[in-house]
Design a protein around this ligand. Sequence first.
Ligand code: URA
Length: 440
Amino acid sequence: MRVYDIIAKKRDGYELSEEEISYLIRGYVKNEIPDYQMAAFLMAVYFQGMTEKETLFMTNEVAHSGDMADLSPIEGIKVDKHSTGGVGDKTTLIVAPIVASCGVKVAKMSGRGLGHTGGTVDKLESIPGYKTSLSREEFFKVVNETGLSVIGQSGNLTPADKKMYALRDVTATVDSIPLIAVSIMSKKLAAGSDCILLDVKTGSGAFMKSLEDSIALAEEMVKIGENAGRKTIALITDMDTPLGEAIGNSLEVKEAVDTLRGNGPKDLTTVCLHLAANMLVLGGVGSLEECLQKAETSLKDGSALERLIAMVEAQGGDSRVIRDTDCFEKAAYSHEVLARKDGIITSMDAQKCGIASVLLGAGRETKDSEVDFSAGIILHKKTGDFVCKGDVLATMYASKQEMFDAAEEEYYGAITIGNEKTERKPLLYARVSKEGVKRY
Ligand code: URA
């Protein structure tokens, strides 16, 4: 077999066999195939796409390029969740405890933030003492005892994806639906859960800016999951406007706790209840209606919050900051962003809001940047709100006063104030399952 022939076959639009895909991925991980040939292949996929069979073969091959987590020491059904990433997306901190409190296990590996999007691991590390790195045995013990555990990625999971992602990043081949589907689903298959709930974000702050692309990505991932024997559902949710009112690590943990107490922002609460309910459906708890009811009850009776506290304590975290979020360390400086004119907020560019929070120190410019856990933004006005000149649009938090200028300019660039009455976009656009696409 020659890599040259595989590249040419894909370039000309033919379907590759399982053997050809396996040869390519294995050779690339072993450094027998150079970056320039893999880059040419990825660009051929970018233009020609991949068939359902090819996507499944490639996902399996990438998943098996490293460790495959065996979660069998955890009793019961394990349901995983993945978000394609967004701004203010603290849903895992709310959804995982809800699901655990309704009797379905969540054994989850999460990522760190990069670019304008935040990451669950950073948010959890803002809790003093919380360990995001556990041994396998500790991880299993925490899930068996508390019903959930959220840790950072550990072990040698999907090395082929790590290598290919770095290459895609510098060869303009990230934006390919089959390649994104392979990348996400290989990690989910390797992470070992029985069922997978995908939160595919759509809009200005998301990877997929258009609804049609988001649905296409969701369909591709659901097919891969189901073909690999994992029950999979995807929800398409809005990321045109940041989710909730907090952006930044400890600010988002605080908002997650408020939501678990039933006092969270309406948009965040609604999205979390639907994500949790669909995870419960996957876990065999009941119909969607019944699962929504159960999820709501777990917020009302405090059982979901108890699960978060139990997990934090089991992973060495100081639960005082969860019981009383005023105990979180505060940023040294705050700054109010004022409306420059009267009008209605007609749009908010979520990506720019995310960049503003990175400029305050809440996120990473590069993989090795240090994160300031107390930095970030509280949004007081969002899309559809009427504002008068001088009203506080947002409060920013940072460790240095001089960080506010650039962040404020970025934030002003994110907000459009106009005259037309504007409704916020829907929070939930569609549900994609093996039965098909149901639009809301
Ligand atoms: N997230 C991933 O994990 N992979 C991609 O290719 C894109 C988003």
